[in-house]
Structures are given as structure tokens and as C-alpha cells.
Design a protein around this ligand. Sequence first.
Ligand SMILES: *Cc1c(COP(=O)(O)O)cnc(C)c1O
Length: 506
Amino acid sequence: MGTSLPTLQIPDLPLPLYDDALLCADTARSYETASHLAASLVAQQFAAVTSPTTGPTPQQLAAKIDRVDLHQPLGSSEASFSELHELYFKDAVYFHDPKYAAHLNCPVAIPAVVAENFVTSINTSMDTFDQSAGATLIERKLIAFTAGLIGFDAEQADGVFTSGGTQSNLQAMLIARNTATAKLQGSLPERLANLRIYCSQDAHFSIRNAAMLLGLGYDAAVAIPTDAQHRMDAQALRDRLAKDLAAGLVPMAISATSGNTDFGAIDPLPELRAIATEAGAWFHVDAAYGCGLLISNKHRHRLDGIEQADSVTVDYHKSFFQPIGSSSLVVRNAPTLESIAHYAEYLNPRAEAEAVPNQVAKSLQTTRRFDALKLWVTLRSLGATRLGDMFDKVIALAEDAQQEVAMRTQLHMAADVQLSTLVFSFEDPQHPLELAEHNALANQIRHRLYASGEAMIAATTVAGKRMLKLTLLNPNTTLADISQILDAICRIGTSILAERTLGEKK
Ligand SMILES: *Cc1c(COP(=O)(O)O)cnc(C)c1O
């Protein structure tokens, strides 16, 4: 196990906490005190963290959490925070730590974290104007801003904040499905049966899940092969489309990925747009990861063609350094969002639709958090250029990190770095292994590294072969940090191989 942190210090508080349970005029000062305390605990904790994890097992944590009796409150927030330190803070996974290189999680912008306080204390709900007032207009302005970054005509475009890329992709596929079925004849089941979604074999699983949720079945999402850089192979797509069209199938959507999860690969957008137009298919771009390029000061051109998309998924909680959740779906033509609109007499009557800016008809959710505020406060405090610089720094770090991998004879890149991930294998030239052994070793390296608490990395499988993966989204991580992670991987891999050899000799 890694570092064990000291207990939290509860500072002296001017006011008792939770005298009254609910936040209202009379208790606002008690809320203020509690917030100071919470901020102090976060600051202490961040000052104490020296590794991304303590490497706990689920069993170790369950033993502590199972003991809590939720029928027996502790009676004070100081006590409940102290308990929480034991149960959660101590062994949480810290994405801001430079040795966290596992999944697509970023350190978060301070203005956004502080804005969470506004989001939850005022507790605005985004469904209707009469529950949100200015919040609706702030969200709409951020959607127009994002549409502008994409290169859409902000007057024509529209969109909505969502819980994440998964929901954005689902909504995009829902709009595409409704657009396609509106053009077809026959009963609904007949029309649905022939619809196909084309995405690359390296696309995010949420596209395939969307096909299932939308009643098309998993297999309606067709996985198109990729090139050596893991970008969708446009010729393979053309070939498959020709075959499917001949068989009477209907291309509902082409979903390109701009920054796929494993390799950061960006599918060839202009070419895929042309194919989609020819096939009469919706053209979606999943930029959940690559959206940071929209504000990049060096690499914006890599997204050229995105302005021709029909819809775009943007995860601000990945490459805009926002806390979870902060995501949007943006469409080029506002009326396309309306294919999911529903008007309820008790909430957003159709008769009001023109006069009142109600967001609910654009969303898959009803009651909805004011997540947009976090991005708003970040943009007003720091600005998009600053965020873009941070993403550029991460991209530069990943490129340098590739050199560090190349310097180690036991490590082999699976493909060149394209955004901020590195996928590589550990293979010792002295110890050639069968595939099954190789895969077991890769998993063991990752698990031992986690248990040591020293660093956190991810793993993925490429053509049946288990690979190690670094996902970099922290502009404060240095090349020295990466070098230490790679050294740890080589050290652990070598020692596991040595243990095996000893085992064989026995
Ligand atoms: C992360 C990711 C998603 C899913 O987004 P969530 O915010 O995790 O729901 C979709 N597509 C890609 C390419 C991603 O990297």
C-alpha cells in the first residue's frame, strides 16, 4: 500500500453546524461555516496526497464501509467528515496527482469546483425557464459558444448540456434514428430492422449501446476496420456500405470519433462527411475526448471538417478540465433537436413553446443540474485560451513521453501517439512469452503497480494482445514523472519474470 495520510484537522468553527437541517435564510451562515470547513478539509487532503492511490482492494474498503450503520447518525458534520476521511478521502483516487495516468480524467479548474457550490446551493433545475431563469440563457450562450468553436453557424445551431459523452452519443443516435425513420415507409419495427450505424472498430462502446437502447440491436452498429493509426478506414466503409445498400439496409448514421479512447485517433472527417452525404446518413462526430482541440492554440486544424457534422459530442469534463459531469450535444441545424421534443401541459405546454425558453424539450432528462455554470465561471475567470494551452501542454508531453518509451528496450509502442494516450507492450527480449502468458504478465504489471500505490495506468487489448496504456490529461505532469512510471513498469515486469524463472527452476 502507498502513503497513508494523517487524520484531518477539524478547525475551530465560529458557528455550530447543522443546527437546522435545511438551507434557508436563517441557516445561511451555518451553511457558510460548513462550506469553510469542507474547503479546509479538501485543502488539507490535497496538501497531503503524494500518490494517486493507496492501492486498496475492494475487500479492504468494504470491511470499513460495511460497518457503518446508516440508522445511527453521528449527530454532527465534524464527526461525519472525520468518518468520511477514513472511508473515502484517504483511499480515493486522485486524478490531479502527476502519477495518475489511467483513464480520461483531468485535474479540475478551481473556478469550476467553486461554481459547484452555486450549482447545488441554489439548486436550479434546467428543465423550464420558470425553474431556471438566467441559468437557461447562460446554458444557451455556452451552447452557441461551443457551436462557434466547432464552426457551426451559431444562429442555426443548437444543443443541450448532458450528463456525459454516453448520453450525448445516445441523443445523437436517437435524432439520427428519428430522421431516418421519418423518411421510410412501413411499420415501425420494419423500418427499424434495416437501420445501420457505421463507426470504427475503435469507437466508444456507447455507440453500440445506443443502437441497442434505440431498439436496433447491438449488431446494428457496424464496426469498420481502422488503419495502422487506428483511424476509420474510409475505403473499408465505402465497401461495407455498397454491400449493405445492395442488401436493402439503410445507413442511418456514420459516427466518426475525434480522439478515440485508446489511441486518440481522429477519423478522417471530410472524407467521412462526403460518404455520409452520398449515403443519405446522419454524420455524427464523437469528440468526447478530442474536443479540447477546439480551443487548442496549436492543433485546432486537426478537427478540420467537424464544422460539416450534423451533431457533435463534447465532453468538457475530459479536455476542458471541468469536473464531472459537463458535456453537451451540439447540432448543426436546430430543428433536428426537435425530433425528440415532448410537451407536457404541467411543465412546458406547447402553447408556450414560442414565447418561453424551456430547455426540457431538447433534453433526455427532465430535472437537470446547472452543470453549464461550471464552464461559464471557468471561461469568465480563466478563459478558453488558458484551457487550450493546458491541453496543448498535455499533447506535447505525450509526444515527449513516446521518446521515453522508445528508449526502453522492453517497451514497444502499439501505434504512434496521436493525442495524449500511449499504448505499449512490455516484452522482454530475453523472455519470449506465449500470447496467454504475455497477457497475464501485462495484467500483473498493472495490478502490482496499483497495489504499490506508486502510479496508476490503464490497460487495453489490441488484436487479442494485452497492452499497457497511459492516458495523460494533466498539464502539471512532467517528463520526469512519466519516466518514473515507465521505470516502475520495467522494474515490476522484470521482477515478475525473474520470479517465474525461479519458480520453473524449483
Ligand atoms: C469518454 C468517451 C465517451 C463517453 O463519455 P462519458 O462522458 O464517459 O459518458 C464517449 N466517446 C469517447 C470517444 C470517449 O472517450
